[in-house]
Design a protein around this ligand. Structure first.
Ligand code: MG
Length: 380
């Protein structure tokens, strides 16, 4: 329990909940990092006088205000994030949004630290590179609720015993809607998620089912299970967080309150368990339902399977194009159905290649963003 905790993306949904959990566990917070010198981050930093404080963006004026609010030295360069990720013996909670989290993921693993991975994009975009970084003795524990569930179900099980991974999906706010009716959906409607409280991009990705697609790729890289043995089932109550079917016909599932503090805490304490940070949970009186994904209405899931099977650069292209398309949707520059269209076209237009280094990943990311941005501009 004495591991220092480094929180990257400290003001985001995962970061805030991590700080809450770490405080309740009495863990030392060694560093907090955020993109912007916001008032919220100043409060976080001021309340932890022993933590390193790192801000990557912001104007010099904002930084000056921030520093006086924090009341001590603040570091402003991106390399400081990587240096903090290498804090000896640390568990690094990577809650950075988007492919920008990749370098921190690698720095954590290369230092032999524990990575509590909430930044699924770094694994989706840089899977082959991240896998190689794991050879330095670091470990990766997923924070994503589905993957935390699968990780826990797989403990003590040999790989050849696993028949299938079954990821559950809430179905998002538009479950049951026809494709036609989704044409006029606004960002405000898409931001209302039925069961999970999350950041903006992941909430839109849940509405399109892109999030589930990214999670399929994440599961492939985390657990080395081929795509034809990974399935998705819609489970609107978000109580079964995922399940594993074994070759003998046995199933293991992970149930509990849909509360991100549970998988966050597990990533900090594993294999030990501490008292629940969430409300009490009981199965009695609950009705759990399961249904097939409507793949015609939500084409994003199949696009992710296509990209995952192509491997190499394809998942990085998928991720980058989706980041651009979601941003455009949030800014009313692209329709809801346009998100998957832009991603599919970008996937076809960026030439496939192998990924050997972080520079390869970032180059593919840049190229895909450029093409996706052009497609977005051409669509309005
Ligand atoms: Mg998830």
């Amino acid at each position: 329990m004495s591991r220092p905790v480094v929180v990257l993306g400290a003001t985001g949904s995962i970061g805030s909940q991590t700080l809450e959990v770490a405080d309740a566990l009495g863990m030392e917070v060694a560093a907090v990092a955020a993109l912007r010198p916001s008032r919220r981050f100043a409060e976080v930093a001021a309340s932890r006088p022993d933590a390193r404080v790192i801000v990557v963006g912001g104007s010099s004026e904002d930084r000056a205000d921030f520093e006086s609010a924090v009341g001590r030295r603040v570091e402003y360069d991106a390399p400081a994030v990587l240096d903090a990720s290498a804090t000896p013996g640390a568990v690094v909670v990577n809650g950075i949004v988007g492919a920008a989290g990749l370098r921190a993921t690698l720095a954590t693993l290369e230092a032999g630290n524990r990575l509590a991975l909430a930044n699924k994009e770094s694994l989706v975009a840089g899977g082959p590179v991240v896998k190689r970084a794991l050879q330095h003795g670091g470990e990766m524990i997923p924070v994503d609720s589905e993957h935390s569930a699968l990780f826990q179900c797989l403990q003590g099980e040999p790989p050849e015993a696993v028949a299938r991974l079954v990821l559950t999906a809430s179905g998002g706010p538009f479950r049951g809607r026809s494709r036609q009716s989704l044409g006029e959906v606004t960002p405000e409607e898409a931001l209302k998620h039925p069961t999970w409280d999350m950041g903006e991009r992941v909430t839109i990705d849940s509405a399109t089912l892109f999030n589930k697609g990214l999670e399929v790729i994440e599961a492939h890289y985390l657990f080395d299970v081929p795509y034809d043995r990974i399935e998705v089932v819609v489970h609107p109550q978000s109580v079964l967080h995922s399940a594993v079917e074994f070759v003998d016909g046995s199933w293991k599932g992970h149930f509990g309150q849909p509360d991100m503090r549970i998988p966050i805490q597990y990533a900090l304490t594993a294999p030990a368990r501490s008292d629940s940070p969430a409300d009490p949970f009981s199965l009695a009186g609950r009705e759990l339902t399961f249904e097939e994904v409507d793949r015609g209405t939500f084409p994003a899931l199949d696009l992710a399977f296509v990209a995952g099977r192509r491997g190499g650069s394809a998942p990085a292209v998928l991720n980058a194009a989706d980041e651009v398309a979601v941003e455009a949707f949030l800014q009313h520059r692209l329709g809801f159905l346009g998100i998957a269209d832009v991603v599919g076209l970008t996937l076809d237009q960026v030439e496939w290649r192998q990924l050997d280094s972080v520079d390869d990943v970032l180059e593919v990311d840049r190229e895909a963003r450029g093409i996706a941005a052009t497609l977005v501009a051409g669509s309005c």
